[in-house]
Design a protein around this ligand. Structure first.
Ligand SMILES: NC(=O)c1ccc[n+]([C@@H]2O[C@H](COP(=O)([O-])OP(=O)(O)OC[C@H]3O[C@@H](n4cnc5c(N)ncnc54)[C@H](O)[C@@H]3O)[C@@H](O)[C@H]2O)c1
Ligand SMILES: O=C(O)CC[C@@H](O)C(=O)O
Length: 389
């Protein structure tokens, strides 16, 4: 039986992908073969020696110690694009929330007291404070044109907005999916003075920390709206709140509120709601469950964020998978050990990504455990395991 440890609530539709005759799933497993999680921070937890795979039922992987996982030979899978529509819809909601002052207006009406006739007068008297603006003709800057950014950018074009996009890592496939009306910027700073909205859709990494900060927030229009449904830390909250307090920025919508943002009027704080729809939770859970299951049962790798994508149809019933440091002569040494054990290779594939190399070998007969032990003892080998059909 494979043991799956869940560190967050995971959609049942996804967990049902693990057949009960092969898998036990629980939030209390001492020696898991795989971990499935959402936003649980794994940085401070010890990595179980039994662990073979981690499945992130979502997009961002900043809650997972990727370097440590790579060094231990553990692929981390995520669910690219599976929650993108949910986030896009909340970004579009954020445009309306901020442009029409909806959050403040609701607070106003909720605070009204008196008889209905009095309330009606207060409604009419108060509304001028919440007059807003419309979206057609306004300009939005989209930083990061991955799964979410592309959907946001295209929808904003359809809403009649001018869209400026920035993504130094934009793929050819990604570019094909973008409306031709989207203008390309060469940097974040280049777009700041022209945008009415700025929305970020990048991972939290060193290069994206404090993308909007005390220096460049000054370049924005005093009415501009910053939207951060990506991660806390990508926008420097103090800089943005200071700018709002000084009347130099219009509004900030964040999925990652803190005490600084809570103290600032014109900040709309949401409780990390971007991916919280039934559809997105199901999509993410199904995608990672299928990928983790495929890895455990066949060794094939799809949508790993730290391992190469590797897939080989089964040639025989006897499969060996090896993860090792990406250094010369590993495949040669593995093949020699198999040949010395009189094991005939039927098919083989080897791919690498950064410091990690990964090999799948199908051989004609059962692989004795001492052969696996010999391979595990090779310098640079992190993982070696057999998978019987
Ligand atoms: N609030 C939520 O619930 C929620 C939900 C999903 C995703 N997210 C966050 O949104 C992020 C993006 O998600 P996605 O699905 O679009 O991911 P993605 O991988 O499809 O897209 C990310 C894009 O960012 C680009 N990028 C990387 N560094 C950049 C930089 N310095 N400047 C500009 N672009 C850069 C990449 O080239 C890529 O195209 C995730 O990493 C996650 O942190 C949040
Ligand atoms: O799992 C969640 O609720 C949030 C996921 C989201 O932040 C992501 O990066 O996909």
């Amino acid at each position: 039986m494979y043991q799956i440890l869940t560190l967050n609530n995971i959609s049942a539709v996804g967990l049902e992908k693990f057949p009960t005759d092969l898998y036990q799933i629980s939030d209390d497993v001492a020696s898991p073969d795989a971990i499935i999680l959402r936003s649980f921070k794994m940085h401070d937890m010890p990595i179980p020696a039994s662990l073979k795979a981690v499945g992130r039922a979502g997009a961002g992987v900043n809650n997972i110690p990727l370097d440590a996982m790579s060094k231990a030979g553990i692929p981390v899978f995520n669910a690219p694009g599976a929650n993108a529509n949910a986030v896009k819809e909340l970004v579009i909601a954020s445009l309306f929330l901020s442009a029409r002052n909806i959050s403040e207006a609701i607070k106003y009406t909720e605070g009204l007291q008196g008889e209905d006739a009095e309330l009606g007068k207060l409604v009419e008297a108060g509304k001028k404070k919440y007059a807003g603006f419309e979206l057609p003709g306004r300009t939005i800057g989209v930083v990061g044109l991955g799964a979410i950014g592309r959907m946001v950018a295209n929808t904003c074009v359809n809403l009649g907005m001018n869209v400026v996009g920035f993504d130094p890592g934009l793929t050819v496939d990604g570019a094909w999916q973008l409306s031709a009306q989207i203008e390309r910027a060469n940097s974040v700073d280049e777009m700041l003075s022209k945008v009415d909205f700025l929305t970020v859709h990048v991972p939290l990494i060193d290069a994206t920390r404090d993308l909007i900060n005390a220096d460049n927030v000054q370049k924005m229009k005093p009415t501009a709206v910053v939207i951060n449904l990506a991660r806390g830390g990508i926008i420097n909250d103090a800089a943005v709140c200071d700018a709002i307090d000084a009347g130099k920025l219009g509004c900030y919508v964040t999925d990652f509120p803190n005490n600084r943002t809570k103290q600032t009027p014109k900040v709309i704080g949401l409780p990390h709601l971007g991916a919280s729809t039934g559809e997105a939770e199901d999509n993410c859970a199904v995608m990672v469950a299928n990928q983790v299951r495929d890895y455990l049962e066949t060794g094939n790798i799809t949508n790993s964020v730290n391992f190469p994508n590797v897939s080989m149809p089964r040639g025989t019933d006897h499969r060996l998978v090896v993860c090792n440091q990406n250094v010369p002569n590993m495949v040669g040494q593995i093949s020699t050990i198999l040949a010395d054990a009189n094991l005939n290779i039927n098919d083989m594939i080897n791919q690498s990504r950064g410091d990690v190399a990964y090999t799948i070998v199908d051989v004609d007969s059962a692989i004795p455990s001492d052969v696996i032990s010999t391979i595990k003892q090779l310098d640079g080998v992190m993982i070696a395991r057999t998978i019987q059909a």
